[in-house]
Design a protein around this ligand. Structure first.
Ligand code: ASP
Length: 329
């Protein structure tokens, strides 16, 4: 065997072993992948996909893209809906605080050029996804955190607000009586929003925004603002996003893994399942939830979760459906 043949045989074996997929995946060299023309308008598009029952977010994304916005404009518009909803206690305004009573927000966004912007530990600003977009577009950096992120947001004209609603404050005060830190599966049914879109030009984008886990330690950052963990977009292949226990997603770099498995030929559903199975095989996941959703460049979608109860919202043809996701448990 030549060196090249050896390498290909090794790669094929490794991918089949690590992917744990029953089908033999074709080996694609990413350098060989065909550029996909992005100037053709596809009448079956856009398609919007988001975690949980985020119908209103999908509608906002749909409306934005239908009026000529890009996939990036769409995911930003969609993510802003739960961010400003005081009744969604996992995202933005109204989010549950950390154990010291601070509402701290994490968000990121990625466009079809592979650009990424993010904020972590952002306080007092209702729309971290829009600050993340400004980081991506207006700074030489990719991620700003804490006081620096707040300073940047204020310089950009974002308004400083109190994000701790009386409902979330009351619940936190109740929680302090026991101070028992035990995240519960699916307890927050709106949960973090990860939102993916493909627009009429077949360009992909994604965003992810959260207040993180309720009553987390001060300074804790989850997967949601981290490229490759909570979100990943590769315009040649597809995109993926996560919700649930961020520590499990961070340790397995789930969204990047899903996109790379799709690059090797897995469907979005197969790739999401394998990303969950990596957690099952390597980590202590008992009583914890992780859910993934993904979409490929053809607009094919898929999802999988660790525990039952995860749903996603899909919008195409101006119709939104809520889909129950298959799960390991
Ligand atoms: N993934 C988020 C985090 O760990 C939480 C969530 O999805 O509810 O911060």
């Amino acid at each position: 065997m030549t060196n090249d043949t050896n390498r290909r045989a090794f790669l094929k074996k490794t991918i089949q072993n690590t992917a744990g997929l029953s089908l033999a995946l074709p080996i694609l060299n990413s350098c060989q992948s065909e550029p996909i023309p992005s100037n053709k308008v596809d009448p079956t598009l856009p398609i919007i996909l988001s975690t949980w029952n985020n119908k209103k977010a999908n509608q906002a994304a749909w409306d934005t893209i239908s009026k000529g916005g890009t996939a990036l404009d769409g995911v930003e518009a969609g993510a802003r809906i739960p961010e400003e909803d005081p009744n969604d206690q996992s995202v933005g305004y109204g989010g549950r605080p950390d154990r010291d009573g601070n509402v701290t927000l994490d968000a990121c966004i990625m466009n079809s050029n592979g650009d990424y912007g993010a904020v972590t530990y952002l306080q007092h600003i209702k729309h971290p996804v829009s600050v993340a977009r400004r980081v991506m577009e207006e700074t030489p950096h990719a991620l700003l955190s804490g006081a620096g992120a707040l300073k940047f947001a204020l310089e950009q004209g974002f308004e400083k607000e109190n994000l701790l609603t009386s409902k979330s404050k009351q619940e936190w005060e109740e929680w302090k009586k026991t101070s028992e830190y035990k995240p519960k599966v699916n307890i927050e049914l709106h949960d973090t929003i990860g939102i993916l879109a493909i627009d009429k030009q077949k360009n992909l984008a994604g965003a992810c925004t959260t207040s993180g886990l309720a009553y987390k330690m001060q300074g804790r950052i989850g997967d949601s603002p981290i490229a490759g963990a909570g979100l990943f977009v590769d315009n040649e292949i597809g995109c993926a996003t996560a919700t649930g226990m961020g520590e499990l997603v961070l340790k397995s770099v789930g969204s990047f893994l899903i996109v790379e498995l799709m690059r090797q030929g897995a469907t979005p559903a197969e790739a999401c399942k394998e990303a969950v199975m990596r957690i099952v095989r390597k980590q202590n996941y008992e009583e914890l939830q992780v859910g993934y959703i993904a979409m490929n460049k053809s607009g094919e979608v898929g999802a999988y979760s660790l525990q039952s109860g995860f749903v996603y919202a899909i919008t195409s043809d101006n119709q939104t459906r809520i889909v129950e996701v298959d799960s390991y448990i």
